[in-house]
Ligand binder design. Sequence first.
Ligand SMILES: Cc1cc2nc3c(=O)[nH]c(=O)nc-3n(C[C@H](O)[C@H](O)[C@H](O)COP(=O)(O)O)c2cc1C
Length: 260
Amino acid sequence: MQCIIFSPTNTTRTIVRHIASTLADEPATIIDLTLPEKREPLSGKGPVIIGMPVYGGRIPALAAQRLRVLGPGQGRPAIVVVVYGNRAFDDALLELRDLALELGFIPVAGAAFVGEHSFSTPTHPIGAGRPDQEDLSKAQEMGRAVGQNLAQYPDLSTWPKLEVPGNFPYREGVAPAPIAPETLAENCVLCGECALVCPTQCITITQSSVETDKNNCLRCCACVRVCAYEARVLLEPKMVEFAHNLHKKFQRRAEPEVFL
Ligand SMILES: Cc1cc2nc3c(=O)[nH]c(=O)nc-3n(C[C@H](O)[C@H](O)[C@H](O)COP(=O)(O)O)c2cc1C
């Protein structure tokens, strides 16, 4: 089966892989929309899982744009999954369901799972360690349930419209701002790993420094997570304050929600 994901810090990837592992017998193929590479148009038959993170209560605009380019769903059943950082998923799952419908998929199941927040740090953790074993078991349970439903009711034309929470018009999402993680020159060895994982390729490695085009940064923090030298950090004061507030306000454990 095919899984289409956008996952800068890999929590969505982990959840989607676990759902796929019990949904179908054959191994999953991952179509990864995270990096700006050239991709073959979507082809094949059978169910697809579409997984995206929640950014500002929405799906990331770049991920939606890359999914549109991938091509039409051709009536294939889609399992739509969003992963959020222990705050809330707001309108993201509804938006992903609507996008799947618009592209010609038939949404047959949906879910919102929890992953460690991109802005989580060791001193101010937010959803740290998620998804954990409990989450992964729920993902596998969901895969089994969807697989059984699809086997039992193969005629997709009789499936009721998938209902998921959320409001339309969707909330505003992440406001564009020239904010990006910075590089601590004293820690940086110019290895270039940060540039390799950047979904927008807004990082350039020069002879002596790392340059970031702040206007193009998603603040996904893939560069922060991948850096083995702790040289990439989000230091912008408003972002730091925002992350500290999330840490304070969202200590409770949000549970995954599955819609079949
Ligand atoms: C710009 C941005 C906005 C985010 N907005 C939300 C949000 O509205 N609610 C939430 O709970 N988590 C939010 N998160 C956290 C991510 O949804 C969460 O870390 C998710 O697990 C990331 O997925 P990934 O590991 O597949 O990249 C946001 C993260 C980023 C980078």
